[in-house]
Design a protein around this ligand. Sequence first.
Ligand SMILES: Nc1ncnc2c1ncn2[C@@H]1O[C@H](COP(=O)(O)OP(=O)(O)OP(=O)(O)O)[C@@H](O)[C@H]1O
Length: 459
Amino acid sequence: MTQEQWGQVQKALLETIGRNNFRTWIEPLEFAELTDGVATLHVPTSFLGNYVRQNFGDMLLYQMTAVGADVRRIRFQVPAHPANSTRPAPQKPAIAAPTRPAAAAPAAARDDLLPAAPLDPRFTFDSFVVGKPNELAHAAAKRVAEGGPVTFNPLFLYGGVGLGKTHLMHAIAHELRTRHPHLNVLYLSAEQFMYRFVQALRDRKMMDFKEIFRAVDVLMVDDVQFIAGKDSTQEEFFHTFNALVDQNRQIVISADRAPGEIKDLENRIKSRLQCGLVVDLHPTDYELRLGILQSKVVAQKAQYPELELADGVLEFLAHRISTNVRVLEGALTRLFAFASLVGREITLELAQDCLADILRASDRKISIEEIQKKVSEHYNIRLSDMIGPKRVRSFARPRQVAMYLCKQLTSRSLPEIGRRFGGRDHTTVMHGVRRIEELRMQDAQIEEDIELLRRALEA
Ligand SMILES: Nc1ncnc2c1ncn2[C@@H]1O[C@H](COP(=O)(O)OP(=O)(O)OP(=O)(O)O)[C@@H](O)[C@H]1O
């Protein structure tokens, strides 16, 4: 591969994963050499190499092939520093290239036999609002929905309640069915999979069951955590999964947590699920919530054309309701219905009245105190030390982590957060938040700590 081709690969990645991700993960890579089908990319740290391999390895491989380079594997290597060491840097595990052609054989329509779940016509890519927390998941879903060569298998989407997993799954299925009507696209929940499986066992129709699932071109299973602890369903899922991957058929899976974190799921299934691209839908941020509200309000206004919506109401909701998108949508629907009933303009006061319970629940969700308590427990320091004036690193870092989480998970302002951390200035909070944002990119341990804490707090 020439440096020019490498430039083309980078450009394609930039378009697929967005500028922020590109800058963080792809720009630092340097193409070193291509020998015997193995492309070596230099990475500044092994953490970055691991992350890129796991999250963008298949995309890189796909793009290298697309620009005409004869690449079968990618090796990520931290270059040995001549001043420090004469030994070559340890080689990272390589990624195997997909060896089979794309699933193509048009399957005969067997809709009567297929246990598919209905798709919600509203859940399309057009109605999905993209922001920083979901841009990678969206890009990966779009790629699968193109129905081109299978580049990552499975695509594993995970995230907390109501963050858009099902929406994205349906969007993929809609688009695949429109673009490639001959493809057998099967979408169902893990619960439905189990139900069909048990039914087949009971009716002695296991052969039919296997045949139906093996004839699928794209299998999409929602909420896979449901089969955890259900031994024979897991066993059958494992065989179905392997049979389809062997035939190079695309699989898309969703769950409420990462494969490794699903309790009572067999290890061999976990490792299978981790083989492809695992992407996380992060909790929404203020901008995304506002974007979603702005897009959803159009339908409400069409339904209630007589209603006036005062300035600032959507911003207020985006600020105050930080739980999940379903709750946000519900609040908007209720607000319009209520305003129409009482025949009043939708103002801040009306929103506060009509949504008091939702606002209270959202406020109660995570408090600054809870965050401070959890973080100090996690780092095994006293609460008073975290809030107090001491600047030693063992207290300062947990303090910054706690400030960062307060900014992310509560709707409190920087000055307010500063006040609750022993009367610190808002610029100190801002500095702490920025520092943690940087460290999340560089330090795998901090990244893991934050994820753990976030999950514990949101549970
Ligand atoms: N980015 C987004 N843009 C537009 N709508 C969204 C977005 N994210 C979520 N929604 C909407 O929020 C609601 C909940 O989303 P969805 O059902 O996909 O969540 P989920 O992650 O599957 O949740 P659960 O864990 O409960 O299954 C849906 O109505 C969906 O359309």
